[in-house]
Design a protein around this ligand. Structure first.
Ligand code: ATR
Length: 283
């Protein structure tokens, strides 16, 4: 197969230098010995429409790709079809062509659930969760918890209105609260998820008492820089089971790779180590 005939995929963002996706997908291509390539593309917001037009008419030669900041919402208006998950989350992170139609999905919800399936089997036996944060990442987590059968999701956010907007959209299993209620909300809960940037880069977090959660409770953070965030460190010191957020990044990449390159890849300790190594080098 000539190089131009090989399936080519991309990650599009602006800027794009920070994306770990090329490392992940190229690792899988290498491991499987597959012909194909994966390209980081910096496309400014003003150029996005032209970029999508070239995708649809085939002139760019891509089979699909990932979408990252700041294009995840704007892409909703440009594609031919949006799957239910991306529509509910209100953002797109994966594109693929199907008979010349540009299809859009969102695999962050899958990534979140698959990370816990792998690292904390049985996590869905709990039915009550507390989520901190009501931004884009929170929407993916809500989607995952609802589809995995959580009955009560207590959503706490600094700006109460944003939490209310999400509970209005996602229905009566979600209740909205101010961040000042967080400690009370944790009582008896089975799962706590931080979806805010609090603790990112090791920044300070409020002093939370996780010991009032259910005995088998789990604490997870979608932030993975550092791998053990201050929130996870606090929970671990209090004796709770914790799961870091790196697995979500790795697992959200699986469905896209399978669509573009025709083989379902595996999230292995080796891949995890590769990304940790790159994070440590700051590359
Ligand atoms: P993302 O797409 O990563 O979720 P976002 O949409 O900007 O990003 O949402 C960021 C979330 O982190 C919000 O819930 C935000 O709270 P507000 O809605 O009140 O802005 C929350 N957040 C960010 N910094 C915070 C801080 N220092 N304290 C509390 N919450 C914070």
């Amino acid at each position: 197969m000539g190089e131009l005939d090989q399936p080519r995929a991309f990650v599009v963002g602006y800027p794009i230098g920070h994306s770990r996706s090329p490392l992940i997908h190229r690792h899988w291509l290498d491991q499987a010995g597959l012909a194909g390539s994966y390209h980081p593309l910096a496309v400014a917001p003003a150029e996005l429409r032209a970029f999508v037009a070239a995708l649809k008419d085939g002139s760019s030669g891509f089979v699909g790709g990932n979408v990252t900041i700041p294009h995840k919402e704007a892409m909703l208006e440009l594609v031919d079809e949006i799957d239910d998950t991306a529509r509910q989350i209100g953002a797109v992170n994966t594109l693929w062509l199907d008979n010349g139609r540009l299809m859009a999905g969102n695999t962050d919800s899958h990534g979140f659930a698959a990370n816990l399936d792998e690292s904390a089997p049985g996590w869905t036996s709990g039915k009550t969760a507390v989520i901190l944060g009501a931004g884009g990442a929170s929407r993916s987590v809500i989607h995952a918890l609802l589809s995995r059968g959580f009955q009560s999701i207590r959503l706490a956010n600094r700006t109460l209105e944003r939490a209310r907007a999400l509970s209005d959209q996602f229905g009566d299993r979600i209740s909205a609260h101010g961040i000042d209620q967080l400690q009370k909300l944790l009582k008896g809960a089975d799962l706590f998820v931080n979806t805010t940037s609090m603790g990112m880069g090791g920044s300070a977090v409020p002093d939370i008492d996780f010991t009032i959660m259910a005995e088998t409770a789990l604490v997870t953070d979608i932030v993975y820089t550092p791998l053990e965030t201050p929130i996870l460190a606090l929970a671990r010191r209090q004796g709770l089971t914790t799961v870091d957020g790196l697995g979500m990044l790795l697992h959200q990449a699986v469905p896209g790779f399978a669509r573009w390159f025709g083989q379902t890849p595996r999230v292995t300790p080796e891949l995890r180590q590769l990304i940790i190594g790159a994070m440590e080098k700051g590359s």
